[in-house]
Design a protein. Structure first.
Length: 68
């Protein structure tokens, strides 16, 4: 559907950040804005998919240039 526009480091950081935020949702059940931790789903999904819709809109790509 979308072309890959995330490099390896970008993807890894998104996955780690997403998992950390989702873990905080379960680790801090009494947090006032606990629902905000569920926003970790966004970086997790974009990291696993390898594409970021916002990057596509802005024309950004962190993928290494393919040399032929």
């Amino acid at each position: 559907m979308f072309a890959r526009n995330e490099g390896g480091l970008d993807r890894a950081l998104r996955i780690v950040a997403g998992l950390a935020l989702i873990a905080c949702f379960f680790l801090f059940p009494d947090a006032a804005y606990r629902w905000a931790f569920l926003l970790g789903i966004v970086p997790l999904v974009t990291g696993l998919a390898g594409t970021c819709p916002l990057y596509s809109i802005l024309g950004i790509s962190t993928c290494p240039v393919k040399r032929s």
